[in-house]
Ligand binder design. Structure first.
Ligand SMILES: Cc1ncc(C[n+]2csc(CCOP(=O)(O)OP(=O)(O)O)c2C)c(N)n1
Ligand SMILES: [Mg+2]
Length: 277
């Protein structure tokens, strides 16, 4: 159970990461805001509470690993890594410009702290299972944390990984679905319905929980529980809101990748901060 001080610390970090993400995209003028904002609490919790990592030594032996398989959420990954101290925050203003170390989608060859290159949906999930297997073969007591999208869950590769990971009894693989009910251009239910995800993951032999993905305490309880389950991989389904906290994107379907400039970004940040007071 998180104590009050830790919870408030994490909530403040989450707000700071939301602000950086908006500013980073506004500076470029366009970017994947929706699926970045929906996973802010989750990634904040992982990097600022759960994961054993050292920003000054991104390749630390025996570290926990993080794979954002929905690689288009690069902006929130970078805002988090910068907040954690992997690289200077000024780098955020180079998002996806020529020669940058922060391309729109996560790239392990460019960005300190990125554990796997993602962007082609489904592939990061398979890589995460392989990484978790490698950790176990090396007898490390470390975990691999994986985030997939609900639209991404339509990929056949996700379910090949699901079967492999349970066969291998990868108890050190803890996955999250960012269940924001939307994909690139609409509601998931209207495109390829992904209802009953609990039953589906259970059927593939996983330990399954479902939480409010914007409630850091609930995420903490679910992760603590998942860590106790050693004979199966874990899926934590996180109910989230696409574009959560970004006033121009919340509640509309065209919020996957949006165009907005610095003035609109600063107004949205004002609204976000006002709403949290
Ligand atoms: C294999 C593959 N097919 C299509 C795309 C294009 N694409 C990028 S994001 C996206 C929608 C993903 O939806 P979801 O997983 O729900 O992400 P989120 O809502 O969290 O942004 C699509 C179709 C891709 N990157 N990779
Ligand atoms: Mg989605």
């Amino acid at each position: 159970m998180l104590d009050k001080q830790t919870r408030e610390f994490l909530q403040t970090k989450a707000r700071d990461i939301r602000v950086s993400t908006i500013r980073e995209i506004a500076n470029l003028g366009k970017g994947h805001i929706g699926g970045s904002m929906s996973m802010v609490e989750l990634i904040t919790y992982l990097y600022f509470h759960a994961m054993h990592v050292q920003p000054e030594n991104p390749q630390l032996t025996g570290r926990d690993r993080f794979v954002c398989s929905k690689g288009h959420a690069g902006p929130v990954v970078y805002a988090t890594l910068a907040e954690k101290g992997y690289f200077p925050k000024e780098w955020l203003m180079t998002l996806n410009v020529g020669g940058t170390r922060l391309p729109s989608h996560c790239d392990m060859t460019k960005t300190p702290g990125v554990d796997f290159t993602t962007g082609s949906l489904g592939q990061g999930a398979s890589a995460a299972a392989g990484i978790a297997l490698g950790q176990r073969m090396r007898k490390e007591h470390s975990f691999t944390y994986l985030v997939i999208g609900d639209g991404e869950s339509q990929e056949g590769q996700i379910w090949e990984m699901a079967a492999f990971a349970s066969t291998q009894k990868l108890g050190n693989l803890i996955a999250f679905t960012d269940l924001n009910k939307m994909q690139l251009d609409g509601y998931t239910k209207d495109i390829v319905c992904m209802d009953n995800l609990e039953t589906r993951w259970l059927g593939f032999g996983w330990h399954v929980q479902r939480v409010d993905g914007h409630d850091i305490t609930a995420i903490d309880e679910a992760v603590s529980c998942a860590k106790q389950v050693q004979d199966r991989p874990s899926m934590i389904l996180c109910d989230t809101i696409k574009s959560k906290g970004f006033v121009l994107g919340e509640g509309i379907t065209a919020n996957h990748s949006m165009n907005f400039g610095k003035d609109e970004g600063e107004k949205a940040i004002e609204a976000l901060v006002r709403g949290m007071k």
